[in-house]
Design a protein around this ligand. Sequence first.
Ligand SMILES: [Fe+2]
Ligand SMILES: [Fe+2]
Length: 429
Amino acid sequence: MAEHSNKLIHAFGALAELGQEITNKNNFQETIRTSLHLISGALGIMRGSVARYSRFGHELNMLAVRGLGDDFPLSLSLCSEDERQFLTNGLNPIEIAHAKALPFFQVYDASFERRNLQLFLPLVVRDEIVGALFLGEKATGEAYTSYEKEIICAMGQHIGVAISQRNLMAEIERHAEQNRKMFDDMRSTYHDTVKAFAAAIDCKDKYTEGHSVRVGRFSEIIASELGWGGDEVEGAAVAGYLHDVGKLTVERKIINAPYRINAKESAELNKHPSVGFEILQPIHHPFTDVPLAAKYHHERLDGRGYPDGLFDREIPFIAKIVNLADSFDAMTTDRPYKARRPAKDVIDDLQRNAGKQFAPELVTSFLGGMLKELSGENRDKRFRRLLGREYMEAEGIAEKLRYTLNEMAPTTPMTYVAAAASVGEFQIH
Ligand SMILES: [Fe+2]
Ligand SMILES: [Fe+2]
């Protein structure tokens, strides 16, 4: 009786340990090896193995083997009759000596007999075979008692769940991988489409060749200088690429007019933000609000922009980015009625219009990015590639940038109040 209780305590200890082992997210192989070790130790079993069932290969592949010798087959095939029988049998130990009628035991009879394998436990979890447990004779040489078989079933259930979880994880990982691939494909299709559109827009405007692409790149620079994440930076680039998509519906002669266009033509051209919005609105854009960038890229902080004359906070941030990129490109490229302006002039313009047309924090980020490139702090040549080496390396630009950025350094709320009071905008009591 005492011996029986000792065994019971031992077996339950092993069972608890096994449960813990399985819930710990250890290495799967290690978990299975430990499980076999625990079962053998708890019941005094000389040899055995744990196998995982592959339903594609219809075979049991050994995960852990103990005392069965090197020549024990590492993979055992099941036929459909075996599978059916094991499923019907469920998670109950089968005495190998009494199961000779099944093809599986006939095929591997010699192998099992040579190693004195006595019990076979199909690991059935949620009506599915996930593996099997092979157990040899006990050290005492006695037959397995029904109580021991129950312990084996309980332990087998733990192992079965561990294998089943592992299978599930593998399945999830496989699906995730498939989704990732699909997403990558869609992403590159999306980008190709965006670039094709940008090229189509730029084709229409012979004087500003490559404008959309450059605005895309400048928007990308601003977003990255703001410290945005990869997806958002990509979104800003897309917003830049597509900002003038509405121009596709504007007559070519207006876009290409080699003179300052008249009021009627200008009204026609000024519809392009709203048209662009209409074109882009039905499309789902993954990273940022591209349609809003198209609609509001001609708005100004001081409310003097179009189409809606929005003020500062009413303008979507992405539209402010594209506005700066757009204006910068307009100033730094030759137009039919105006030659490109020198960099120092452009920097002055951005500073002067910060707070009126442009968001000051965007101007400082953008100019900061330019300075980083010129001073060698940032090794890529984004500005040089877009504006030309000669243009960017003209005398004194770096000093100009340093000076401007210094002047534009954010003021504290106190200095803001003092400055505002001194021009009599409001009184301090
Ligand atoms: Fe525009
Ligand atoms: Fe534009």
